[in-house]
Ligand binder design. Structure first.
Ligand code: ADP
Length: 192
């Protein structure tokens, strides 16, 4: 199962991806987590990405593609993956499409978690207190939501046009949203 999870910051992508990883037994690949690991390790790439991320802007497409190609070359992705945080603009969507075709592994689903803007802001504010992420500061959050609207929202259209898009209502309990996703991608196998 090869799945892309789409949704604004605060839409619950990361949380649902972690659950899907257990349920579907395929790795959860979060580009945000991969980048934060580089930052924590103090690698050259991490140093380059750190300030950009803290501002809530997008790290360069070239860095992201290199990182993903690396990740996809590991054997655990052979049976599939849940991609979270990528693609974030149309250039990345094209690059991913080309990469997957080259690997002979077209995407099965693009699942969009739909959550109203007010709720996004509320959720991120809650997480900011709990986790203290640099990019959860109010100014960076504003930038991230703007970047999402201007650059990432068109990616949803991209997958709609490719006939791969499934829209899921992201409002509700974690279990409710999870069951909606499972229901949409594997109807015979609901949980809970
Ligand atoms: P969220 O979805 O909550 O905003 P992520 O953990 O997915 O957070 O990403 C955090 C930051 O990492 C982004 O704001 C961006 O700076 C960087 N990043 C993650 N994925 C990408 C990507 N595909 N392209 C460019 N930058 C990215």
């Amino acid at each position: 199962m090869r799945l892309v999870l789409l949704g604004a910051p605060g839409s619950g992508k990361g949380t649902q991806a972690a659950r899907l990883e257990t349920h579907l037994q395929v790795p959860h690949i979060s580009t945000g987590d991969l980048l934060r690991a580089e930052v924590a390790a103090g690698s050259r790439l991490g140093l380059e990405a750190k300030e950009v991320m803290a501002r809530g802007e997008l790290v360069s497409d070239a860095i992201l593609l290199g990182m993903l190609e690396d990740r996809f070359s590991r054997p655990d992705t052979a049976k599939g993956f849940i991609l979270d945080g990528y693609p974030r603009n149309l250039a990345q969507a094209d690059a991913l499409d080309a990469l997957m075709h080259r690997l002979g592994q077209p995407m099965d689903y693009a699942v969009q978690l739909e959550v109203p803007q007010e709720l996004l802001v509320e959720r991120i504010a809650g997480r900011a207190k709990a986790e203290g992420r640099a990019d959860d500061a109010p100014e960076a959050v504003r930038t991230r939501l703007q970047v999402y609207d201007s650059q990432t929202a068109p990616v949803i259209e991209f997958y709609r046009q490719h006939g791969q898009l499934t829209v899921i209502d992201g409002v509700g309990s974690l279990d409710e949203v999870f069951n909606r996703i499972i229901e949409a991608i594997a109807p015979s196998n609901p949980v809970g």
